[in-house]
Design a binder for this molecule. Structure first.
Ligand SMILES: [Zn+2]
Length: 274
């Protein structure tokens, strides 16, 4: 599932080719993926609109049109955009769910084998409700360790589970939470409320540096993530704990362990994170 760095990589790819393109037609092959309006309203709302910019909040993509209208997409498990400059393979064309045609003859394809991705549209000036459902953006420098420590005061559950909660902090999934906790030297099983401010400082810095490095490397290619221009992410080569159960820790040599927390695997070094 794409996490913040993968979505950011996709957004950066789309920024290269979408702004200035005007929608001339839309084909929706899987109607349930348009969630807050009917397919016919979705089409009439967007045909004739020109893409102005592409942004991201948490794991959502935010498309702004010149008129101020907005479209928000969440890729969920397997969603992916194939940009107009890219040649798609046959396998990808089998799973195209939504096609945007542009007045210059090019197309943006949305491919999604498992069809869990969502599209919503909003008028100019509206605040998409998705924005209110998520917590602070980790790369936003307005977020401080003190804010996280304050929010964590009432959370008696493990810090690992709290970091996956999109309302606590936006955009993090299993890979980057495990990696950040390793770099911060924090045991994933500790209760969030027991972590002192000084350690939230270290943890927030670890989250940011892991995310920045992953964005620089176009994300992590585990399962089938590809960026818009089909470059493979390279962050998997930097992983310290994620999916390394039984392998020696790259820092201390102790074997990496795996535990289950809230139905998800957690990978950690019992020596570095004690
Ligand atoms: Zn270690």
């Amino acid at each position: 599932m794409p996490e913040l760095p993968e979505v950011e990589t996709i957004v950066r790819g789309l920024r290269e080719c979408l702004p200035g393109k005007t929608v001339s037609g839309i084909a929706v092959h899987r109607e349930k993926q348009v969630v807050n309006t009917s397919v016919s309203s979705f089409k009439s709302f967007l045909v004739g609109e020109t893409f102005e910019s592409v942004g991201r909040f948490g794991k959502y993509l935010h498309f702004l049109f010149s008129s101020g209208k907005q479209m928000v997409t969440h890729l969920r498990m397997t969603g992916k955009f194939i940009d107009p400059c890219m040649v798609a393979g046959d396998a990808e064309l089998r799973h195209v769910r939504i096609e945007f045609e542009f007045t210059d003859g090019s197309r943006l394809l949305y491919n999604d084998p498992r069809t869990f991705g969502t599209f919503t549209v909003y008028p100019a000036g509206a605040t998409p409700p998705e924005m209110n459902r998520i917590g602070s953006e980790p790369l936003d420098l307005k977020l401080t360790a003190r804010m996280l420590a304050f929010q964590a005061k009432i959370r008696t559950i493990p810090v690992k589970v709290v970091l996956l909660d999109q309302k606590f902090i936006a955009g993090l999934g299993n890979i980057y939470v495990c990696e950040a906790l390793f770099h911060a030297g924090i045991d994933p099983a500790r209760a969030a409320c027991d972590i002192p401010l000084a350690e939230w400082d270290v943890l927030l810095e670890a989250i940011r540096s892991v995310l920045r490095r992953a964005i620089d490397l176009n994300g992590t290619s585990i399962s089938d993530f590809r960026s818009v221009d089909d470059k493979t992410g390279q962050f998997q080569d930097m992983l310290m704990v994620y999916q390394r159960t039984g392998e020696p820790c790259r820092k201390c040599g102790e074997l990496i362990e795996r535990i289950r927390q809230s139905q998800r695997s957690t990978f950690f070094c019992p020596h570095c994170q004690s």
